[in-house]
Design a binder for this molecule. Sequence first.
Ligand SMILES: Nc1ncnc2c1ncn2[C@@H]1O[C@H](COP(=O)(O)OP(=O)(O)OP(=O)(O)O)[C@@H](O)[C@H]1O
Ligand SMILES: [Mg+2]
Length: 397
Amino acid sequence: MAEKTEKKKSSYISASESRKITRFNRRVTRKLENERADAGKDPSLYTTKMKDENNVVEFDNVCTYFFTDVGTVKAVDGINFSIPKHATVGVVGESGCGKSVTSLSLMQLLQRPSGQTVGGEIRLNLGDGTAYNIVNTPNSIMETIRGNKISMIFQEPMTSLNPVFRIGAQVDEVTKLHNPEMSDEDVKARTLEMLDLVGIANKEGVYNMYPHELSGGMRQRICIAIALACSPTLIIADEPTTALDVTIQAQILDLLQNLKDKIGSSIMLITHDLGVVAGMADYVVVMYAGRVVEKGTADDIFHHPMHPYTIGLMRSKPVVGKKVEALYNIPGSVPNPVDMPQYCYFRDRCEMRKPECDGVYPPEIKVSDTHFVSCYCYKDQGEIQGYPSSVDVNTLL
Ligand SMILES: Nc1ncnc2c1ncn2[C@@H]1O[C@H](COP(=O)(O)OP(=O)(O)OP(=O)(O)O)[C@@H](O)[C@H]1O
Ligand SMILES: [Mg+2]
């Protein structure tokens, strides 16, 4: 009973507290929007240099928060990872761990003003020795980046295609928008070429069809054609195959991988399906509750998982030919995102828990040149790289 009251108390917000939160949110978001507008006027504030020229994108201590009516949700809190050129990076983690928010921060498509990147840098390589810091880049420049340099493929192709326009018109539009000098015939020829490239047999026929006339797999092929129309340097695929059946899934993933090699781009593959990542990714980033808990090459993560969360994920994956009574499930649930603890976010669910896990959030430990893990269990096995940097929202005012 006492426990119940305690629980009730912790999630209860009084009218005066609610007013206070609203006032705070208004002030913070107004200040951040003003700062962003100012930074966008000065190119020196949004042009920077890559740490490593071989990366397309570098996330450096990125913090993206949502200022909601119940408090600040730290959806992404101090993440660090990079996407190398021509590589596929898989981002995995359970629902709500911040995968989509990470990609939306990179595209600057967060729901503003409540969603804000309040700290860190997201560097996008421009290929000429300079980079943009996406966090401060003004919208006028972002419009030239989206679709051109970075494009996105979403989970449900029917919702990303416009039901009242023909397929041809929708693919043409993207090419035309980014290449205004092209003639209508050239644009159409390019669209047909793209439809061919994504494996659509009757391209002339499909050009004149509406999305509802196509199957799910074909629609996703169209979305891929749209995403690739301008040969971007990075393709973000946010759960690209979740809405498709298994055989079509394999075809779409194969197609993505082939096209990536053809146009020489990188892929950020967001999924909670470890099977998809295993087949495709060169590098894997495991996220938990808004933080990266482990990252490394696909071999590091699949054959030598270290973080107890990654180990749990692997154990909960069905394996063909292996008989088990019941699949493993990780006990407990993710902490309340509005009120994250100081200690390791996984502590309360962890089977490898140690006394020091009650202390501050564990640092990132470099266990090999490619493999990094945030867990106290491995503190003697590698070099400490640093602690995740969270932003105290009160300092934003
Ligand atoms: N517009 C928003 N306002 C408030 N909170 C948000 C908003 N968008 C996302 N969040 C919160 O941010 C956190 C991360 O969400 P995100 O969508 O990135 O999860 P995800 O890892 O992509 O999950 P899924 O696998 O289900 O797609 C969640 O706790 C979510 O509730
Ligand atoms: Mg998502």
